[in-house]
Design a protein around this ligand. Structure first.
Ligand code: SF4
Length: 310
């Protein structure tokens, strides 16, 4: 059991963040925001796969420049408070001033807390904080430090994590390490990918792997070895294709584990422990449900038979 860090709770529309709320998944659109139709269509795609917060970028630097002075920040805080809109304070390693003698982690934390204090001084506390260091270790350290000195909910992410595989590995390590510490209230897996849906699926898998949230069936598959006599990779890929991405609403309360095992030696144990499982022999497999043998099925119909058990 992971003991979650106690935080304030904020609300983004109807979604609660922090204060014991489920860790939410967010992403960003990757299209030109000024193209409203394309942006809305991408937001809908993200919503369909279970993205709970979608951020959009506002491109012009004039927008950012416009709120550099304290008076403008006060106006923003006032307007946000009136409209009950929370504000995310993000400190990024790229925007930290160099040459101050602080290490990067310290600089990030100090920068975030400095801006947080600006809002606190105006009586604004509907804040969520994100810290973006340039590497996984500094990111984790920065979040650990800030978690110890404030009670605002934290948005976790490893910035500039890279292309799909490398990005997922870095994010899983960084976000996963923090979540295991009980730190983190909403996550974004940043991937250099044209499709933000990939980020949502990766986020769901990180939360699912830690048992923090279940979004749908979890596939447990063996790595295969010389004992395997079926094309297990093809079978698992077919099953995965059928199961993901699952619209969030389809299985919200039905966490199911599906074990797909390559042989009759080590396979049956895992297959019986899962909610649904199959242990293959030569060209066929034994289907299990809740630890009991259901029937023998051919390898070619295995996916169909497994899906029937859902
Ligand atoms: S379950 Fe069987 S086929 Fe799969 S890795 Fe283990 S021993 Fe090999």
């Amino acid at each position: 059991m992971i003991k979650r860090r106690k935080t304030r709770q904020i609300k983004v529309a109807d979604l609660r963040i922090g204060g014991g709320a489920p860790v939410s998944i967010q992403s960003m659109t990757k299209v030109d925001t000024s193209n409203v139709n394309v942006t809305i269509s991408q937001i809908k795609e993200l919503e369909d796969v279970g993205c709970e917060i979608v951020r959009v970028a506002v491109k012009t630097s004039e927008d950012a420049d416009a709120i550099r002075k304290k008076e403008e920040v006060a106006q923003v805080a006032k307007a946000a408070k009136k409209a009950k809109i929370p504000i995310r304070i993000g400190a990024n390693s790229g925007s930290v001033l160099r040459g101050t003698g602080e290490d990067m982690v310290e600089a990030l934390v100090n920068l975030a807390m400095k801006h947080t204090k600006l809002f606190e001084d105006m009586g604004f506390h509907d804040i969520i904080i994100s810290l973006k260091a340039s590497d996984v270790v500094s990111t984790v350290e920065a979040y650990r430090r800030i978690a110890g000195i404030c009670d605002y909910p934290l948005h976790l992410g490893v910035t500039a994590a890279g292309l799909h595989d490398s990005g997922i590995v870095k994010s899983a390590i960084g976000i996963g390490a923090l979540l295991l510490d009980g730190i983190g209230d909403t996550i974004r897996v940043s991937l250099t990918s044209p499709d933000p849906v990939d980020e949502v699926i990766a986020g769901k898998r990180i939360l699912g792997a830690l048992g923090i949230r279940k979004f749908g069936p979890e596939i447990i598959a063996c790595p295969t070895c010389g004992r395997c006599q079926v094309d297990l990779v093809k079978i698992v890929k077919e099953l995965e294709k059928k199961l993901y991405p699952i619209p969030y609403t389809l299985y919200p309360k039905r966490p199911v584990t599906i074990a797909v095992m390559g042989c009759e030696v080590n396979g049956p144990g895992e297959a019986m422990d899962a909610d649904i499982g199959i242990a293959f022999g030569k060209d066929s497999g034994m289907l299990f449900k809740k630890g009991k043998i259901l029937k023998k099925v051919s390898a070619s119909t295995a996916v169909k038979e497994l899906l029937k058990c859902l």
